[in-house]
Design a protein around this ligand. Structure first.
Ligand SMILES: Nc1ncnc2c1ncn2[C@@H]1O[C@H](COP(=O)(O)OP(=O)(O)O)[C@@H](O)[C@H]1O
Ligand SMILES: [Mg+2]
Length: 325
């Protein structure tokens, strides 16, 4: 069996606002990621995906704080490391992120070669200029970039697709054990989206990337991307199964509603008209007694608002709904 590279155990992460309000944005999330696996994480905007990513990377920058739970990468916990220890031994090397809005994540005032060199230097201060240059050229060529066109350019001089490729190239320079792609394709046109996903697969084929968390608010997109899918709602995982199970046979009412709210035409089929999910997710600044989806659930029962929902196994996958069958 493949080794587990990332283990997240009952992780809880919160924001503490200026007004002293505690927002429990990640509230008891557990999962593991195996070598070679892609886990998709999907949910509406604001459900806690990016906060979960910060927790998985140990990136606690106030007002974000670790409340409880563990994160282990390669069997070693990263909880409790100082930001300096985390930067030196974890970020970029054990776990690296392709950031949300990657197109704007590059510092516009520096050349690509300097931005890329920073990634190497942050882990190996003794690397010399020539060695860094050779490494960058090799890696950029390997991922289909022309070093001569790219290395001396400023981010603004590159077309969107190339910039995305550069961001992915820089993020993965140190061959991290786990790559987290947080909405890497949102705000891109469809053909650039496809190119980005193809690039990520190429990097996996070439063993530059091994395991990945792929985060998106577009659940149908994951069908051709991930092996397994976790659907997230209001800080919790509400359904976790294989991509087939979740996309074609979701059992949690939220999963079904989320699929129904997306345009997802299959080749040769007419696309169904998307139906928006009415209402809004609950405010995580207040404790919630029962099912977090109850207020919006088309199948809600009176006691759903009373009972805290726990994970059950239904049809071979995990579901957080007492009535799912
Ligand atoms: N700096 C912050 N202070 C307080 N609450 C925040 C802050 N940043 C995000 N949140 C809240 O945390 C929740 C999760 O946000 P986020 O992880 O960005 O969701 P997603 O990535 O799924 O869109 C949201 O309800 C959001 O309002
Ligand atoms: Mg996000």
């Amino acid at each position: 069996m493949a080794d587990t590279v990332l283990e997240v155990e009952d992780l809880r992460v919160h924001y503490l606002t200026r007004f002293g309000v505690r927002v429990q944005a990640v509230d008891g999330v557990s999962f593991s990621l195996k070598e070679g696996e892609i886990l998709g994480i999907a949910g509406e905007s604001g459900c806690g995906k990016t906060t979960l990513v910060s927790g998985c990377m140990g990136l606690y920058i106030p007002p974000l704080y670790h409340s409880s739970g563990d994160v282990r990468i390669g069997g070693k916990t990263i909880v409790g490391l100082t930001p300096e220890e985390n930067r030196k031994s974890v970020l970029g090397r054990k776990i690296a992120m392709i950031p949300q809005g990657a197109l704007n994540s590059l510092n516009p005032t520096r050349k690509i070669k300097d931005l890329a060199a920073d990634m190497i230097l942050s882990h190996d201060e003794s690397a010399d200029k020539r060695e860094i240059n050779d490494r960058l050229r090799q890696r950029f060529e390997r991922i289909g970039l022309r070093p001569d066109d790219v290395l001396n350019a400023y981010p603004v001089q590159l077309p969107a697709g190339t910039k995305q490729r550069v961001v992915i190239g820089i993020s993965t320079l140190l061959n991290p054990q786990v790559v987290v792609a947080d909405e890497p394709t949102s705000a891109l046109d469809v053909s650039t989206q496809k190119a980005v996903i193809k690039l990520l697969f190429d990097l996996m084929d070439q063993s530059i990337i091994h395991s990945m968390l792929f985060i998106t608010h577009e659940l149908p997109l994951l069908r051709h991307v991930s092996n397994r899918i976790a659907v997230m709602y209001a800080g919790e995982f509400v359904e976790v199964g294989t991509s087939e199970q979740v996309i074609f046979d979701g059992r949690m009412p939220y999963t079904k509603a989320l699929m129904g709210s997306m345009l997802s035409a299959e080749p040769g089929q007419k696309s169904k008209k998307p139906v928006a999910i009415e209402g809004a997710p609950p405010n995580l600044a207040h404790p919630i007694k029962g099912c977090r989806f109850a207020e919006r659930c088309p199948q809600v029962q009176p006691d759903c608002r009373e009972n805290r929902q726990v994970i059950r196994i239904v049809g071979g996958r995990q579901v957080r709904c007492q009535y799912a069958e």
